[in-house]
Design a binder for this molecule. Structure first.
Ligand code: URA
Length: 306
């Protein structure tokens, strides 16, 4: 986090009593990961571009957009050190760490992911392969891999979109507020984490919880597909629209697809898949729980048939 380029010395000229407030503001805004070794003053870059004037033939508009923190977070991959453990820091965090990530064109990364996923014979092997995979830029900013939780032998598998801050800190899917609600949803039909397997389409936290790009999703897709194939559940529950659309190839939105069973070809056999609302959506829209209750009853009934 660069505080828009303020150096540590500049920061220290602030009234120290407001530094905590500034930090809290950035955390609230979702800026909770350090991407650069040194602060970048984007206001200065914009000023310099304005001072240079418009490039010849360029349209008459601001030459260099002033980046908001969020756009800084979604910059395309450049070789970068992994985010420090804990994910939170001031501009200088991560200095001295090795640059371990080489940029790879997304189509090559997708092909590499497919190849590597095919090579995994067990879930443990797959976890190790995903952990070693450097083709997804999200790995650069995530603290750690968030592969799975629960019982891989369970008959039901829940798949969300991507880990959030709590999951990134612990390396376990659905452990934050959404996770607590997911536990309650499962408990409503007599399930706990010993009777369900839980994962995400994307196994690394997108910085600031931004939406994963289509490229990032495409790169991670072979891994979650193989994970489902190896876990071999009878029922796949897609939590939220991104999970449903990515895994089931449906184009309709979640309000249309939820509560319906779709065939899902694991690569070995066809199982039942059912989309339902994501617990994060339910936290914002408690009225949706009525519909999710119906979906849970469908899942319970499907599990009652061998
Ligand atoms: N949301 C998700 O989609 N997955 C998690 O693991 C946590 C929150």
């Amino acid at each position: 986090m660069s505080y828009h380029g303020a150096s540590m010395a500049q920061l220290m000229t602030f009234d120290p009593s407001v530094l905590g407030d500034i930090l809290a503001f950035h955390v609230e805004a979702g800026v909770d990961v350090a991407l650069e070794d040194a602060p970048v003053n984007r206001f200065a870059a914009a000023e310099a571009a304005r001072a240079r004037g418009p490039a010849r033939g360029a349209p008459q508009q601001s030459a260099t957009p002033v980046s908001a923190p969020a756009s800084a977070l979604s910059r395309p991959a450049a070789p970068h050190a992994p985010a420090p453990s804990g994910g939170m820091g001031m501009g200088g965090m991560g200095a001295g760490a090795a640059n371990t990530f080489a940029a790879q064109p997304p189509d090559q990364a997708v092909m590499a992911a497919r190849e590597m996923a095919r090579g995994a014979a067990t879930l443990e092997e797959l976890r190790a392969i995903v952990d070693a995979f450097d083709g997804c830029p999200l790995k650069r900013t995530a603290t750690r891999l968030v592969f799975a939780d629960g019982n891989p032998a369970a008959r039901v598998m829940f798949v969300g979109e991507a880990p959030g801050r709590d999951e990134d800190a612990q390396g376990i899917p659905f452990v934050g507020r959404s996770g607590r609600l997911l536990d309650l949803m499962m408990a409503a039909i007599g399930l706990d984490r010993t009777q369900a397997y839980i994962a995400n389409v994307i196994p690394w936290r997108p910085p600031g919880n931004r939406t994963p790009t289509p490229q990032e999703t495409a790169i991670c897709l072979p891994f979650i597909r193989r994970q489902i194939e190896l876990a071999d559940p009878d029922i796949l529950v897609c939590l939220g629209n991104p999970s449903a659309q990515t895994l089931l190839g449906v184009t309709e939105g979640i309000t249309k697809t939820r509560g319906r069973f779709f065939p899902y070809d694991t690569g070995t056999r066809t199982i039942k898949a059912i989309p339902t609302f994501h617990p994060a959506y339910l936290l914002r829209t408690p009225l949706g729980k009525r519909l999710v209750w119906r979906d849970l009853l469908e899942i319970e009934a499907a599990l009652a048939t061998p």
